[in-house]
Design a protein around this ligand. Structure first.
Ligand code: GLA
Length: 348
């Protein structure tokens, strides 16, 4: 069974817990019920040395500091109801107009002011035939952050025997509502302060073109001949200077059926690999562009620009306003299901 310990109290005095899942190889993941946040993930390098490969803090204070709130990087957190952006914080559903908080310029980002990353989830540690598990549940009440319907969400984290972190999301609603759930872990598989040397492959021939506010224009543009082409392996740093601000885009995955390949990452100095598979049609590849050294994390590490990268499996940004994008509206009576697997390994 996973172990549970106190993760210190939140600013309003509620006790937050930290659960640690372990497998026989010594791989460990620690997750708090605050935001369902992954705070620590230990995986071996090619010499068998365990190292922490995610950005985060040792205790709740880090996640609740004014600097963290201001920067809003969403380290390791569950994101909902709608991961990524909704233009102008507005959408129309069944003829009714809805208004959400504008928390990212004029747009809504990652659920609004108090998204799923800032709420307390009900937590149940356990185990399955695959490995140790942590089941998290949250009821998002009708009208929360402007979204319609009571949404019941369950997220199961499983640390598998073969060193994968699997995340299974399910949700049901009593009114039609947009749903797009993801996890916002920042990975750094190296011992370096930045992730520019990581080699990334993404089986995606197109990406969603965005405007200056990072809202999709609707165009799915071929990556061929551009710095967005990761269909063959490329180091993150190789062409990043050609992308103003760095990578912060949604790639359109070639495969969409069942669990399919989304990304492969290889870090040459440690030999660590990470393979991402998902049931989602898209993936936001974000290279920590907004990190600027103001946040100090675990082991006194200063998180500067590109200190970590995110591979956020998801439906496309602003889908509620883009009828041609895959549907993100969950109807009463339907069950939302989504699975993403981060598989760790080494290459010598
Ligand atoms: C997502 C967004 C980025 C940024 C981060 C959090 O990846 O696409 O623009 O907001 O979250 O800082």
């Amino acid at each position: 069974m996973p172990t549970a310990s106190s993760f210190v109290t939140t600013t309003d005095g509620t006790e937050v817990q930290l659960f640690t899942l372990t497998n026989a190889h010594g791989v460990q993941v620690s997750i708090t019920n605050y935001g369902g946040t992954i705070t620590r993930l230990l995986v071996p390098d090619k010499a068998g040395q365990l190292g922490d490969v995610v950005l985060g803090f040792d205790n709740m204070r880090g996640y609740q500091s004014p600097e963290y709130r201001k920067a809003g990087p969403y380290f390791g957190a569950l994101i909902g109801r709608y991961a990524n952006r909704i233009a102008q914080g507005k959408f129309t559903l069944d003829g009714k107009a809805y208004t959400l908080a504008q928390n990212n310029g004029a747009n809504t980002l990652h659920g609004g002011q108090q998204g799923f990353d800032k709420v307390l989830w009900q937590a149940q540690p356990g185990s399955s035939t695959e490995g140790q598990t942590l089941t998290l549940k949250y009821r998002s009440p009708d009208g929360e952050e402007g979204y319609p319907g009571n949404l019941d969400v369950t997220v199961v984290y499983t640390l598998t025997k073969d060193d994968a972190l699997q995340i299974d999301y399910t949700a049901t609603t009593d009114k039609a509502t947009p749903v797009n759930l993801t996890n916002h872990a920042y990975f750094n598989l190296s011992n370096d302060p930045d992730i520019l040397g990581h080699v990334v492959t993404m089986p995606a021939d197109r990406y969603t073109v965005v405007d200056a506010g990072l809202i999709p224009t609707g165009e799915l543009r071929p990556v061929k001949g551009t710095p967005f082409d990761f269909t063959a392996p490329h180091a993150i740093g190789e062409r990043i200077s050609q992308v103003p601000g760095g990578y912060d885009h949604n790639w359109v995955l070639n495969e969409t059926q069942g669990l399919h390949a989304a990304a492969q990452v290889y870090e040459p100095t440690t030999g660590r690999t990470m393979e991402v598979r998902t049931t989602e049609p898209g993936i936001q590849f974000y290279t920590g562009n907004f990190l600027d050294g103001t946040l100090k994390g675990k082991e006194g590490k200063v998180y500067g620009q590109h200190a970590g990268f995110c591979l956020e499996t998801q439906h496309f940004p602003d889908s509620p306003n883009q009828p041609a994008f895959p549907n993100t509206i969950l109807q009463p009576g339907e069950i939302f299901k989504s699975t993403t697997i981060y598989q760790f390994g080494v290459r010598s």
